[in-house]
Design a protein around this ligand. Structure first.
Ligand code: BG6
Length: 258
């Protein structure tokens, strides 16, 4: 399995047709922006661990089906490419899914879903972005203050984030609700701020497995968890999207170093 490499004067990105998966983004003269596990499978029946997996057409578990949907374990077709962009497509009845990747000083992903069926249909989605950070225990995230969230480490119990920035002290697995806010990831170890913007998304999922869960994952290094943080543009659970026949929905995210 080999990536398609997009090399522009401003940055380099790697994209696999397996899952339409962006695994690497690095602006010139900077450290890489996306985390990719050294233990990731690169196998046709498994998702890649790191980068930006696309969770679609469902998010999370579904009985007798793969976690987070089928899109990340399918081969996508390259429909168009330019020196700084690529468009990948996947037909997954009743859906046509289209991911446009644009590479400049920022990485821009636009995920479009069209109902090509004959009746209204519902889906969930997430651009499951793994950011690389120096040490999660020193990171803070601005943008999710004063927002309710479902805590997936406590059976999706509904909680409230106060006025303080988000910091990390253990396993974190949350769906922040009704937020379209930009998130700013302050990383004092790497002395940088990552900016994660989004459109067309009502949920922001934040995830770090911490030590024990990381150990239990075969495709994740035991010591890698301090170096990643997922901030995901999503529409899931009660924000699942229903489209009429011919209906279209676009969710996008842009990631850059401040
Ligand atoms: C996150 C979920 O989005 O993805 C977590 O909130 C989940 O609950 C994580 O553990 C990783 O999922 P997977 O299928 O890639 O191991």
């Amino acid at each position: 399995m080999n990536p398609i490499i997009i090399h522009t004067p401003e940055a380099e990105a790697h994209v696999y047709t397996h899952g339409a998966h962006v695994t690497h983004f690095q602006p010139v003269g900077q450290k890489r922006v996306l985390f990719l596990s050294s233990k990731s499978w690169f196998a046709f029946d498994k998702p890649i661990r790191g980068g930006v997996p696309i969770c679609f057409p469902w998010f999370g578990p579904k009985p007798n089906e793969p976690h987070h949907g089928l899109a990340r374990i399918r081969e996508w077709t390259v429909e168009n490419s330019t020196p700084d962009s690529i468009l990948l497509c996947l037909y997954l009845q009743p859906w046509e899914a289209r991911l446009t990747v644009k590479v400049s000083a920022a990485l821009s992903l636009s995920f479009e879903v069209i109902n090509i069926g004959t009746k209204p249909e519902q889906f969930e989605e997430s651009l499951h972005t793994y950011l690389e950070v120096g040490d999660i225990r020193q990171v803070s995230v601005e943008g999710l203050e004063n927002t309710d969230y479902l805590d997936n480490t406590m059976g999706l119990f509904r909680k409230h984030q106060g006025p303080e920035p988000l910091t990390f002290h253990g396993e974190t697995d949350r769906v922040y609700l009704d937020t379209e806010a930009t998130c700013i990831v302050n990383d004092p170890v790497w002395q940088r701020r990552l900016i994660v913007e989004k459109t067309g998304s009502k949920d922001t999922v934040v995830w770090n497995p911490w030590a024990a869960k990381a150990k239990a994952m075969p495709d994740f290094g035991d010591d890698e968890w301090p170096h990643m943080l997922c901030i995901e543009a999503a529409n899931c659970k009660r924000h699942a999207i229903t489209l009429p026949p011919g209906g279209k929905h676009t969710m996008s995210t842009t990631i850059r170093i401040a």
